[in-house]
Design a protein around this ligand. Structure first.
Ligand code: GDP
Length: 322
């Protein structure tokens, strides 16, 4: 199979275009000479199989980027296991199956680094998949994502279509969910640091020990890598998408405080879970294809904080809606 996919003149459906990743993909695709197809949640519920089949048959995209998913941080995953497992399984299966029925030749499925075993060797290569037990706090989401990437492999094998998968590390950036109960760590700590500064230099409460390490990728870099893969990758294996560098949660908290400002100190709530100790990804397959990230963590955090102040804090975006 030829690795190149020319986007010029193509119709590309982005499923999940209102989410943080989907909206970044739409921004990135706007620089390509292609037609972008989106549909709002009110018009099409991706859980509705008949509706998704009708939509796909009607719009007949040339390519699909599947960025729609029920996502959330460590506590949300733990509290809503049915939503994370079932909704994701149904949504992704509806989109992949309907795409095939509508003769879509190219599809990119998005997963996450949580598909890997909790205690995988670092950095984690793609073939560490299914070599050990998952991290229990997000296994619901992980199982759904593993099923999605396997379904793409199965379609390649059985039907010869070019369906590929990418597994990004922890993403952050404009459009993130800043709701403290359901968000990931960066928006949570950014909002808490902001509120601490406004209330006059109190403490920033960090969940867990602060010792876990995470690899963070700005969503615009992620979108750039994903479109790069859409255009340049065609293979059976999923591909890790990240920077290949990670930091401790304690260090992240200190960096966020320095971006947000204020005389805030860090405290740790050890009653909250740490999750996986470390999940730095081996990104040699992606880097070997010639892609590199451009946005440093500090610059990305500063830009995200600006977005937060303009949108969320001023009430232009409702909290809890990613
Ligand atoms: P994970 O990578 O799936 O564990 O997703 P998260 O972004 O939710 O959490 C990453 C790490 O940050 C975990 O070790 C959390 O315990 C830690 N963390 C520290 N403070 C917070 C917080 O306020 N919210 C969240 N979501 N995580 C936090």
């Amino acid at each position: 199979m030829n690795d190149g996919f020319d986007l010029r003149g193509k119709r590309v459906f982005v499923a999940g275009h209102r989410g943080m990743v989907g909206s970044a993909i739409v921004r990135r695709l706007a620089r390509e000479d292609c037609e972008i197809v989106t549909i709002s949640r009110e018009e099409l519920d991706l859980l509705d199989q008949a509706g998704v089949r009708r939509f796909m048959a009607d719009r007949r995209p040339d390519a699909v980027v599947l960025a729609a998913a029920k996502v959330g941080g460590i506590l949300a995953n733990d509290r809503f296991p049915v939503d994370f497992l079932q909704d994701n399984l149904i949504m992704q299966t509806n989109v992949i199956d309907s795409a095939f029925r509508a003769e879509v030749g190219k599809l990119l499925f998005l997963g996450s680094s949580c598909i890997y075993p909790k205690l995988a060797a670092q950095p984690i290569p793609e073939d560490a998949l299914l070599t050990g037990p998952l991290e229990p706090t997000n296994e619901w989401y992980a199982i759904a994502k593993i099923a999605g990437l396997k379904l793409c492999q199965a379609y390649r094998r059985q039907h010869g279509v070019d369906y590929i998968s990418a597994m990004p590390s922890n993403l952050y950036g404009p459009g993130d969910n800043f709701d403290l109960d359901s968000s990931h760590v960066i928006p949570a700590l950014m909002r808490k640091a902001h509120e601490a500064r406004l209330s006059g230099g109190s403490s920033l409460e960090v969940w867990g020990s602060g010792e876990p390490m995470r690899e963070f990728l700005h969503v615009d870099d992620a979108a750039d890598a994903l479109i790069y893969l859409l255009k340049n990758y065609s293979g059976d294996s999923h591909v890790n998408v990240g920077t290949g560098e990670d930091i401790t949660i304690a260090e992240l908290a200190r960096t966020i405080i320095s971006v947000v400002g204020g005389d805030t100190h860090v405290s740790f709530d050890r009653t909250k879970p740490d999750g996986t100790p470390r999940k730095r990804m081996d990104v040699s397959r992606l880097f070997g294809k010639g892609w590199r990230p451009r946005i440093s963590l500090r610059n990305g955090l500063a830009q995200t904080y600006e977005w937060f102040v303009r949108h969320v804090e001023k009430g232009h975006v409702r909290l809890g809606v990613a």
